[in-house]
Design a protein around this ligand. Structure first.
Ligand code: AMP
Ligand code: ZN
Length: 465
């Protein structure tokens, strides 16, 4: 078994070889907390969740960091519009983000560093870059990285950077940079920033976005990461800049494997806040979709393919989950049914292995789901034919748990409401009195409340619809 990933840097499938298999260093760019994250952002986070869960299923330990960008133009604008402090403004969206992660069953990283807690480390990195002459302070007092000093600049994005290389002084309206491609490390304070400012050896200001990730990644994971992820829009300039800054400071290769997921699209366009064509998770929950259904829709398309968001896709997720649920219920019942003969054991472990082998191949989730649905179809057939005994069912449930440790598709544990329980009791009494009309009426009343009652030889069983 070996896991392979398509590395953005080499543009090839590469066998994954982390520095320490017990602690794979994974850095994932997190949200800018100025608003609720949209489901395009969550596509990226769900892909990263699949990555983490699959690595864990394959026996790796994962040490994951996801940053929170809690200072930038947008967060500053937001807090100033409301007249509140930056930390107060961003707290609301940080909290909402963690709630959304839970709704989507995304495993939590070990660290969620907030940029504002690492400004000291950012200043230290910039100081090294200044000492080495790869950074400079412009007339506007901001500090920039000189891309011409870093020979590998552009290699991640595979860009022809000729036009970005310094060719005399280019004056742009926005910046006072030596070269149009130079990016900001430190933004000098101006009145639009209000009270958002930190002192530095070069005057008051705030860090640029790119240095935030370099500093937080290095502080928490060291100079060399095993995997760094994000959406494809992060490749340039953000990740390109991270490489340049980090490698100039440490002299080490910053990242061994770069993984980027394609965008979530809406009618042919990237879902984004600026295009206004976005749904937040909360919008969809309000429309009656569950976190599990949204997770399914975002997870089951291979991460390097664009995913077109549609409500039909969500409906498809709902019915696929229904099939899985039915199968799990059936297996559970069969696993407790001692009446089937022991000799009829059927082993489906080869299907389970194929599920994981598909994921080894650059997280080929659609191939893996194909294996799962084959497994469901064939085991259902075996159960129909009465060939499937309790032991086989119990074995298959254990395999399902392994598979589901990667998918996270288990049903929500729902408490049965007292009202439903009361109706079930009344129905039991009606049945005991052989009052079938009343029993049927109560069954319908229970169904109206969203529950299905089934009579088995062990008594009435309830399932949520
Ligand atoms: P942002 O808050 O814009 O910095 O984005 C946070 C993360 O979401 C980054 O990894 C982006 O690449 C990713 N992202 C943003 N929009 C989309 C989209 N429509 N589809 C997939 N990923 C996205
Ligand atoms: Zn980042």
């Amino acid at each position: 078994m070996s896991v392979r990933f398509f590395d953005t840097y080499t543009r090839q499938l590469e066998t994954f070889t982390p520095q320490d298999p017990a602690a794979v260093k994974l850095y994932t760019c997190g949200p800018t907390v100025y608003n609720f994250a949209h489901i395009g952002n969550f596509r990226a986070y769900i892909f990263e969740d699949l990555l983490q869960r699959h690595l864990e299923a394959r026996g790796y330990g994962v040490l994951r960091v996801m940053n929170l960008t809690d200072v930038d133009d947008k967060t500053i604008r937001g807090c100033r519009q409301l007249g509140v402090r930056l930390a107060e403004f961003t707290k609301k969206f940080k909290d909402a983000f963690f709630d959304d992660l839970a709704t989507l069953r995304i495993k939590r990283a070990q660290h969620f560093p907030a940029a504002t807690d690492y400004v000291e480390q950012m200043i230290e990195m910039i100081r090294v870059l200044m000492d080495k002459g790869v950074a400079y302070q412009a007339e506007d007092k901001s500090l920039y990285f000189r891309i011409g000093k870093f020979a590998d600049y552009g290699k991640l994005a595979h860009l022809n950077l000729e036009e970005l290389r310094p060719s005399g002084r280019i004056q742009s309206d926005e910046y006072e940079k030596e070269s149009i491609g130079d990016f900001a490390l430190w933004k000098a304070w101006d009145e639009n920033d209000g009270d958002v400012r930190w002192d530095s050896p070069w005057g008051p200001g705030r860090p640029g976005w790119h240095i935030e990730c370099s500093a937080m990644a290095t502080a928490l994971l060291g100079p060399e990461l095993d995997i760094h992820c994000g959406g494809v829009d992060n490749i340039f300039p953000h990740h390109e800049a991270e490489i340049a800054q980090s490698e100039c400071v440490t002299g080490r290769k910053f990242v061994r494997t770069w993984l980027h997921c394609a965008h979530l699209m809406v009618e042919g366009e990237k879902m984004s806040k600026s295009a206004g064509n976005f749904y937040t998770l909360r919008d969809l929950i309000e429309k009656g979709w569950s976190g599990r259904e949204i997770r399914y829709a975002l997870l089951t398309v291979n991460y390097r393919l664009p995913l077109n968001f549609t409500f039909d896709g969500l409906a498809g997720a709902r019915s696929a989950l229904g099939r899985i649920d039915e199968w799990v219920v059936r297996l559970t019942e069969r696993s407790k049914d001692a009446s089937t003969p022991v000799a009829d054991a059927v082993d489906f472990s080869a299907h389970t292995e194929r599920f994981f082998t598909a994921l080894d191949d650059d997280l080929n989730i659609s191939g893996a789901m194909g294996q799962l649905f084959d497994l469901i179809r064939e085991s259902n057939r075996a159960m129909d034919a009465g060939k499937f005994n309790a032991t086989s069912a119990a074995m298959l449930l254990v395999q399902w748990e392994r598979i589901n440790s990667v998918l996270g598709f288990e049903r929500d544990a729902v408490a049965i409401p007292a009202e439903v329980l009361m109706l079930v009791e009344q129905r039991q009494a009606a049945r005991a009195a052989k009052n079938w009309a009343e029993s049927d009426r109560l069954r319908d009343a229970i169904a109206e409340l969203g529950w299905i009652v089934k009579d088995t030889k062990d008594g009435a069983k309830l399932t949520a619809r």
